[in-house]
Write a protein that binds this ligand. Structure first.
Ligand code: ADP
Ligand code: MG
Ligand code: MG
Length: 209
């Protein structure tokens, strides 16, 4: 992809397609330890994002992410909408009006996204939430960037680490969100938001190749 607005918009469209493809899987994960709506919530939100991109294509990467944020905040109820909305909003603020998304900007955006989720939801690592995908994703992204990786390599490293982080939530007792009501009974189940975070990062990484 070009890391200009069109490339970033294409990556967001790819993410919307992946969310649609995995809607039922996310519903099943959330049905096991929550209220079963995560796949619907995400799919409704990202379908609205695609419609918004079609209606008014943004001119900078930051504006693309801002449109994602405002759309998710307005269309997705529940926990995940405001959390992802905050993540994309903080990331977009870091990108400012730049025409191009380079590796340093990508790292700043990922860092801001994680900080936004944690500021909003107060989850820390080990609470069995999307944070358990995003913390290792950021570390891996920083490492890959330090090794001289380009945007695609950095996102691929982030997605690989997010996959492992999402897997790790199976062994954790949830301490935030609906799954926390189940306590020990949630052990053995993957957190749906950690899974969706890993899916989004994978879609961005694939789009960047
Ligand atoms: P709801 O639980 O309101 O139905 P969703 O099902 O769409 O919302 O999203 C659930 C996901 O949101 C969880 O799997 C978890 O990853 C994430 N989540 C919930 N609460 C928090 C929190 N306080 N901090 C971080 N992530 C959270
Ligand atoms: Mg739910
Ligand atoms: Mg719900």
């Amino acid at each position: 992809m070009t890391c200009k607005a069109e490339g970033v918009a294409a990556a967001v469209r790819a993410a919307a397609a992946v969310v649609a493809e995995h809607r039922a899987e996310l519903v099943d994960l959330d049905r096991a330890i929550g209220d079963g709506d995560h796949g619907e919530n995400m799919n409704r939100g990202f379908a609205a994002v695609v419609a918004a991109l079609d209606a008014a294509p943004p001119e900078t990467p930051g504006a693309v992410l801002k449109l994602v944020a405002t759309t998710l905040i307005s269309k997705v109820g529940g926990a995940a909408g405001p959390l992802y909305g905050t993540a994309f909003l903080r990331a977009s603020a870091k990108l400012g009006n730049a025409d191009d998304l380079d590796v340093p900007a990508l790292l700043e955006a990922l860092r801001a996204a994680l900080e936004g989720v944690q500021a909003r939801g107060k989850a820390v690592g080990g609470d069995a939430t999307m944070v358990d995908a995003l913390i290792p994703a950021l570390s891996a992204a920083e490492q890959a960037a330090g090794d001289g990786g380009d945007v695609a390599a950095v996102l691929t490293a982030a997605a690989d680490a997010a996959d492992r982080g999402a897997e790790s939530t199976m062994d954790l007792v949830p301490r935030k969100g609906r799954a926390s009501y189940l306590g020990e009974r949630a052990v053995g189940h993957m957190d749906p938001g950690a899974r969706s975070s890993a899916l989004l990062l994978r879609a961005f990484a694939e789009a960047a190749r």
